[in-house]
Write a protein that binds this ligand. Structure first.
Ligand code: C2E
Ligand code: MG
Ligand code: MG
Length: 594
């Protein structure tokens, strides 16, 4: 229903036909005004209400009866103010703001935010007689949706924390034009992927949310916290701070984050690492500071993680060294400059060699022999492990095909090889090219490789097992969930990690662990191989505990394929039935050669 002021009394008689037509048009306008979704109000030159539709009243929280034709705009604004339907200003201020000279001459419009939270677009259309028509459109929902989209673009959905885009903005503000002092921390959970793989994504998400909460609680007021990616967080502390104070804060955060959680009844203890960059000493712009904080973080991580470190320029040279290593490794693959050495594995009871483990070696020009512990992780990161792994399989199988048929060859396979497609084909291809029986090939896979995408990994292993290939778990006891991984796949063999073997003589705890592993594997029908056997004392304990096989420097270093016959002869020298325990010949194993 629209309310209009009665038309002024006519000075002369109007034909009834014209009156009827006028009334019809008026009715038409009335219907139209009553049905539009925007509020409409018109005022004369003295700011008296001439016309309004019901929508106008409702939009401002009033009843149509309260908004009477003829009332002064000032009184109407007072009514609106009483229900919070005015901006945070007086009626006079509002009139001064909206009724400018410009608005009297040409159409104007402005967005008005009301005290009750609604947002209205008001447009003013001046009339020739000095009055005006105003339209009022409630855009609150649209504005909220826009705000939500804008929030989503700059925040992380899982934790609600600001994202990288907002972090960059805030860091830019903190730095100003001249690189004002501030600190940036880059934080990352160590081995979080393994937590995700072991416990599932839902639980992983809970750990991330709990980590975000702990960080937020542990930070001083005014600190800016963001989540940059999966398990990556960043902190900006604006204002001057000392390296010592920032380091102390970072270490406190690591302790907070590292307190154990019980999530859905499961104990989870995350470990985090932090890299710190300080402005202006480590950079005066956003890119340099973030890069340097990340560099400090990756330096911490590559030395084992779980710590906080300040950026130092020497870290850049370490990264350059890694890049150079990577480039040289690519060349080595292209030039076929990698080599394999072989370490014998012997049956403890019979004293026979059962096979050899193939271990990769790289003589890097100008640097000498580089340990696989150094270049395998790099090859995994860069994907180079895939061609390297295929090369190892081919060469190891071809070499083993020349050995007596009772001997097996063990090849190490890393997680990255399982993640990339083609491992099954690489194995079958190597067997086909070499003519080696599948039952003579054993793949060694670490627990952490097993835990990453274990379903896919187990699927590939299962197919390989069906071919007759044997599967061993390497470095058993060093991962997150050793016992859990035993349930996931029927391994043929478990290799007890060197760390337990090394401690065998010193502590009874390791003896108990070895005893438990041997008993468990016996029950599950798996054989046990002890790695890293260096002393006769360790060997005696392993024999006592019933370990199946042994491997280590006590018997032989890994040696080049040309030494295989010699290594076999050494074992055979004492007679096939004699156990290595009775062999003084092994007291000093030969050194590893080319
Ligand atoms: P791993 O598979 O657990 O291999 C055993 C490591 O222990 C070898 O180190 C071996 O030389 C060393 N070792 C053997 N006996 C003893 C001992 O009595 N005492 C001590 N302290 N160490 C002993 P290496 O050759 O440096 O290899 C290190 C790791 O690099 C391997 O651990 C394996 O995880 C990885 N790796 C080596 N070759 C390859 C490969 O071809 N492919 C993949 N994916 N990984 C490889
Ligand atoms: Mg191995
Ligand atoms: Mg091992």
């Amino acid at each position: 229903m629209i309310d209009v002021k009665a038309p002024p009394s006519p000075g002369h008689a109007v034909p009834s036909r014209e009156i009827a037509s006028l009334q019809a048009r008026l009715q038409c306008y009335e219907v139209a005004l009553g049905n539009v979704s925007i509020g409409i109000a018109s005022f004369d030159s003295a700011n008296r209400l001439l016309l309004r539709n019901d929508r106008y009243a409702y939009l401002y929280g009033l009843l149509p009866a309260q908004v009477r034709v003829g009332m002064k705009l000032h009184d109407l604004l007072a009514l609106r103010a009483a229900v919070g339907a005015m901006p945070d200003m007086s009626a006079d201020e509002y009139l001064t703001l909206t009724q400018t000279e410009d608005s009297m001459r040409a159409p104007t419009g402005r967005v008005i935010e009301l005290k009750n939270g609604r947002v209205v677009v008001v447009r003013f259309q001046p009339l020739p007689d000095g009055g005006f028509v105003s339209t009022h459109e409630d855009i609150t929902e649209r504005r909220n949706a826009e705000n939500r989209v804008a929030h989503m673009a700059r925040h992380d959905a899982l934790t609600g924390l600001p994202n990288r885009a907002l972090l960059r903005e805030r860091l830019d503000q903190a730095l100003g034009d001249c690189g004002r002092p501030c600190a940036v921390m880059s934080l990352d959970l160590d081995d979080f992927k393994t937590v995700n793989d072991a416990f599932g994504y839902q639980l992983g998400d809970m750990v991330l949310r709990a980590t975000a909460d702990r960080l937020a609680q542990g930070l001083p007021p005014g600190t800016f916290l963001a989540r940059l990616g999966a398990d990556e967080f960043a902190v900006v502390l604006a204002g001057a701070t000392t390296p010592e104070a920032t380091q102390a804060l970072a270490e406190r955060l690591l302790r907070d984050v590292g307190r154990p959680h019980t999530i859905e009844g499961q104990p989870v203890t995350p470990i985090a690492s932090i890299g710190i960059a300080l402005a202006p000493r480590d950079g005066t712009n956003v890119d340099d500071l973030l890069r340097h904080a990340d560099l400090a973080l990756s330096t911490v991580k590559s030395s084992g993680g779980g710590q906080a470190a300040l950026f130092s320029p020497t870290m850049e040279s370490a990264v350059q060294r890694r890049r150079a290593l990577q480039a040289d490794l690519r060349t080595a693959i292209a030039d076929d400059a990698l080599a394999l050495v072989y370490q014998p594995v012997a049956d403890l009871e019979s004293g026979h060699v059962t096979g050899f483990e193939a271990l990769l070696r790289w003589d890097r020009p100008g640097h000498g022999r580089v340990s696989p512990a150094e270049f395998i992780p790099l090859a995994e990161e860069t994907g180079l492990i895939v061609p390297i792994g295929a090369w190892v399989l081919r060469h190891a199988c071809t070499e083993a095909a020349r050995w007596p048929r009772r001997l097996r060859v063990a090849v190490n396979v890393s997680a990255a090889q399982f993640r990339a497609p083609g491992l099954y084909e690489a194995v079958t291809g190597a067997l086909a090219v070499s003519g080696l029986a599948a039952s003579r090939l054993e793949l060694e896979i670490t627990e952490s490789a097993m835990m990453q995408n274990w379903q896919e990994t187990a699927g590939t292993l299962q197919r390989l097992k069906q071919l007759g290939v044997r599967v061993a778990m390497d470095d058993f006891g060093t991962g997150y969930s050793s016992l859990g991984s035993l349930r996931k796949f029927p391994f043929d063999k478990i290799k007890i990690d060197q760390s337990f073997v090394r401690e065998l003589s010193a502590t009874t705890e390791s003896v108990a662990i070895v005893r438990a592993i041997v008993a468990l594997c016996g029950a599950l029908g798996m054989t046990t191989t002890a790695e890293g056997v260096e002393t006769r004392e360790q060997l005696a304990i392993l024999a006592e505990e019933g370990c199946t096989e042994v491997q280590g420097y006590l018997f032989s270093m890994p040696r080049p394929p040309s030494d295989i016959a010699e290594m076999l002869a050494q074992f055979d020298a004492a007679g096939p039935a004699a156990s290595p325990i009775r062999r003084p010949a092994f007291a000093a194993g030969p050194r590893e050669a080319g």
